[in-house]
Design a protein around this ligand. Structure first.
Ligand SMILES: [Zn+2]
Length: 430
C-alpha cells in the first residue's frame, strides 16, 4: 500500500490524501485552501478530472463538512466516475450551506452514503468509519484495510468536546496491528487543555453577572458548542438567540438521526428558551421553499429587533461569519455586553469568520478569551499512538511537525506534499 499526501503535509488548512493498493486508488478528503480562489484549490491528480489515468480513482471519502476537507469538490466538477462517500447528514449540511448564498455551488451527483461502524468496500479497500468528536456537524475517522495492511486516518478530531465519548470508543475498538496512523495535528503545539465542560463551568458565573448581551463566536455547524451554549442559557436564565440557518441545520440533523433511530440531544425548536431572530439568514431560509415545513414551525419563536433590543441583558447570541453586519445595524446598546471567543481556534472553517472576530474585538464590550479548540491536544495524539501502536505516524495539517519527530523518533514520517510513502518498502528497509 502507498500513501501520498497531496495537500496537508505542509499546511495546516486543506487536506487530500491518496491511498494506492494494486490497481485501486482512493482519496481521503478534498479540502480547499482557506481563502484561496477555485483555480488554486484544484489539485492536479491523475484521473481526478479526466479519464487518462491508467488506474482510475475509485472513490473519494469525506471525513467531515468543513471546507478544508471537502471544499475543493465545489471548485470544479470532478470525474463523474468517482464515487463520493459521505453520510446522509453530511450531504444535507453541505447542500444547506451551498444554498445560503444565491450563487452557491453544487455538489457532484455521484454520492454514496456510509454509516458509522458499517464497513464498506471500494476496490481493494475495506473501510470502517468511526464517529469522532470535532466541531463539524458530524466527523469521522477511518480504518482502511488492504493487502493485509491497516491504515488509520483520523480526519479532524479531539477528545475534549461534547462527544468525548466517541474518542473513548475509538480507543476501545480493536483494529489489529496498525501500519500507519495518519493523524491531524493542527493543535499539536498545545500539550494539554481543559475540556469544553470545564470551560463552560468557568464561564457560567461571568455570564450570570453580565449586564448586557453575551455574544459568542460559534460556527454555524458547531453543534457541540451550540449544545453547550443552550445549557449555559438555561443555567443563567437567558435566551439562546440564533437565526433560521442554525435552526434549520439543527432540525435537519434531528430528523435524519431519528430516521436511523437515534435521538440527538441537541437544541432545536422544542428548546423552551430558544429564540430566532429575523435577520438575512432567516429570510434566506424563508425563500428556500423545500424547507417551508420547518420554517412554518419556526414562526412562533421568531422575534424582531425590538424584542432583541428590549431584552439584551437576557440574551446569549452565537455569532459567526457576517453576524457583525446585523449586530452593527440593529443592536442599539453594547453597554454591559461581553464577547467570548477562543484564543486557540483559527476560525478558518467558515469564510469571513476572522473578520467577524476582529470586528467584535474592536467594539466597546468586554472581550473574554477562552482556551478551547476543535482539534486534539498533543496529549490526545500521544494517547492514540500508545493505544493503536502504529508502526508509522504521519502527521497532516500539523502546526508543529517537529513535535512528532522529537516525540516518536523514526516512527514519525513527516512527508512533503506529493511524496510517496510505500508501506511495504518501508518494511524492507527497516
Ligand atoms: Zn474540521
Amino acid at each position: 500500500m502507498k500513501i501520498i499526501v497531496h495537500r496537508g503535509a505542509e499546511e495546516t488548512g486543506g487536506n487530500c490524501i491518496e491511498l494506492v493498493s494494486g490497481k485501486s486508488r482512493i482519496l481521503l478528503d478534498y479540502g480547499a485552501l482557506p481563502g484561496a480562489a477555485d483555480e488554486e484549490t484544484i489539485l492536479n491528480i491523475p484521473g481526478l478530472y479526466d479519464d487518462k489515468a491508467s488506474h482510475p480513482i475509485l472513490g473519494l471519502i469525506i471525513s467531515h463538512t468543513h471546507l478544508s476537507h471537502y471544499g475543493a469538490l465545489l471548485a470544479r466538477p470532478i470525474n463523474p466516475g468517482i464515487k463520493v462517500f459521505m453520510t446522509e447528514i453530511m450531504e444535507d449540511v453541505i447542500r444547506i450551506n451551498a444554498k445560503m448564498p444565491r450563487d452557491g455551488k453544487k455538489l457532484p451527483a455521484n454520492i454514496h452514503y456510509f454509516r458509522k461502524g458499517h464497513k464498506f468496500i471500494v476496490g481493494r479497500f475495506v473501510i470502517t468509519p468511526y464517529l469522532m468528536d470535532h466541531t463539524a456537524a458530524e466527523s469521522f475517522a477511518f480504518l482502511i484495510e488492504s493487502e493485509g495492511k491497516r491504515v488509520i486516518y483520523t480526519g479532524d478530531f479531539r477528545a475534549h468536546g461534547g462527544k468525548a465519548n466517541a474518542f473513548k470508543q475509538f480507543l476501545a475498538a480493536s483494529m489489529g496491528p496498525v501500519d500507519a496512523l495518519i493523524t491531524e495535528g493542527v493543535r499539536a503545539g498545545i500539550e494539554k487543555g481543559p475540556d469544553e465542560q470545564e470551560v463552560m463551568d468557568h464561564l457560567e458565573p461571568m455570564v450570570k453577572d453580565q449586564h448586557g448581551a453575551v455574544y459568542f463566536m460559534c460556527a454555524g455547524q458547531d453543534i457541540g458548542l451550540l449544545t453547550s451554549l443552550a445549557a449555559l442559557a438555561r443555567n443563567t436564565k437567558r435566551y439562546l438567540v440564533v437565526d433560521g440557518y442554525t435552526v434549520l441545520v439543527l432540525e435537519r440533523l434531528k430528523e435524519l438521526a431519528l430516521k436511523q433511530g437515534v435521538e440527538l440531544k441537541i437544541p432545536g425548536l422544542d428548546t423552551e428558551y430558544l429564540r430566532i431572530v429575523r435577520n438575512a439568514a432567516t429570510q434566506r431560509i424563508y425563500q428556500l421553499t423545500e424547507y417551508a415545513g420547518i420554517f412554518r414551525r419556526m414562526r412562533p419563536v421568531m422575534f424582531g429587533w425590538d424584542w432583541v433590543n428590549d431584552n439584551l441583558r437576557k440574551l446569549i447570541i452565537p455569532v459567526r461569519a457576517n453576524s457583525q453586519l446585523w449586530v452593527d445595524e440593529q443592536i442599539k446598546d453594547f453597554g454591559g455586553a461581553a464577547f467570548v471567543y477562543s484564543d486557540w481556534e483559527s476560525y478558518g472553517d467558515e469564510p469571513g469568520m476572522r473578520e467577524t472576530l476582529e470586528w467584535f474585538k474592536a467594539q466597546r464590550m468586554e472581550a473574554i478569551a477562552i482556551p478551547s479548540s476543535g482539534h486534539a491536544y498533543f496529549s490526545t495524539i500521544r494517547k492514540l499512538v500508545e493505544n493503536k501502536r502504529p508502526r508509522y505516524i504521519i502527521p497532516v495539517n500539523a502546526g508543529d511537525p517537529e513535535k512528532f519527530t522529537s516525540t516518536f523518533g523514526k516512527r514519525a514520517k513527516v512527508l512533503k506534499n506529493g511524496e510517496e510513502f510505500a508501506l511495504d518498502q518501508a518494511e524492507k528497509s527497516f
